[in-house]
Design a protein around this ligand. Structure first.
Ligand code: AMP
Length: 278
């Protein structure tokens, strides 16, 4: 695997491969099997796989979350090589943001930025768009692989591709879970054994919603899911049931042919998100 740190080195190294489909998997590192399935999907569906590891400062609305974001670079490199990544792009902040991280242009994300992650993490999706537009311009991929685990983020990046008038093909990969249902996440590394155990309540709450969607109204479903979370010591930011195509919040499950349940909750200091297509 080739490791490059600058856009010019990236360009030079990619040039011989450009005629063939390039698959791109952006990450913030601290890799787990969820990331690795994205690399494997990219390897199956493209000729050359580029992964990036960059902990993007502009998407953290909480400075403590940014400061404590796990970094496991040596292990990540070994995992990427084993999974079949061809190139790792490891830029510095000054490489992606040469003019600094203040006073950046705004992207019009409309309604998407007003609900759930958008409302609970002000500025987060603007930061996601900043980094994704820069990474896409630097790598110039044909295909972009991202995880359903970050459902709303997938919708934001699809919107960004429209705004950029980019021909890049967007491929959503299913959420990879631990054996007990907890969605894999780099932030799980920050949980102790007890917290890690209790965090499975998020999966149980989502499963409860899915199992009971046809027999219960949305209000009682959400309040029961809330009880499942709080009984485990989680503090929910939101529990929503939304239309899977535009994320409009549903008052009645029958109002949408494809609905999705989405949860964000704190286990002490660590904020976890997950979702389930219903
Ligand atoms: P992150 O490093 O958390 O920014 O995630 C990088 C990419 O991996 C994003 O597209 C995520 O949606 C995806 N991802 C993270 N966790 C999982 C998971 N458990 N299953 C599938 N994809 C994931």
């Amino acid at each position: 695997m080739i490791i490059v740190k600058t856009s010019s080195a990236l360009n030079r190294a990619l040039l011989p491969h450009k005629p063939n489909p390039i698959g791109f998997v952006p990450t913030m590192g601290a890799l787990h099997n969820g990331h690795i399935t994205l690399i494997e999907q990219a390897a199956v569906n493209s000729d050359f796989v580029v992964c990036s590891i960059f902990v993007n400062p502009t998407q953290f609305n909480n400075p403590a979350d940014f400061a404590k974001y796990p970094i496991t670079l040596e292990k990540d490199i070994l995992m990427l090589e084993k999974a079949g990544a061809d190139m790792l792009f490891l830029p510095l902040v000054s490489e992606l943001y040469p003019a600094g991280i203040e006073n950046l242009e705004r992207y019009d994300l409309g309604y998407l930025e007003t609900v759930m992650e958008g409302s609970f993490r002000p500025g987060h999706f603007q930061g996601v768009c900043q980094v994704m537009s820069r990474l896409i311009r630097a790598v110039g991929p044909d295909k972009l692989f991202m995880g359903q685990k970050d459902y709303q983020q997938c919708m934001v990046v699809k919107r960004l591709l429209e705004i950029m008038k980019s021909p890049v093909e967007f491929i959503t990969c299913p959420t990879v879970r631990e054996a007990d249902g907890l969605a894999m996440s780099s932030r799980n590394m920050r949980l102790n054994a007890d917290e890690r155990n209790k965090a499975t309540a998020i999966y149980r709450a989502l499963t409860y919603i899915k199992t009971n969607l046809s027999s219960k109204a949305i209000g009682p479903l959400k309040s029961e899911a809330h009880s499942i979370l709080t009984a485990a010591g989680l503090k929910p930011d939101y529990i929503e049931i939304a239309d899977g195509d535009d994320l409009h919040l549903l008052k009645d499950a029958k109002d949408s042919a494809k609905s999705v349940a989405l949860i964000a909750a704190f286990m002490n200091e660590v904020r976890l998100i997950d979702n389930m297509i219903l």
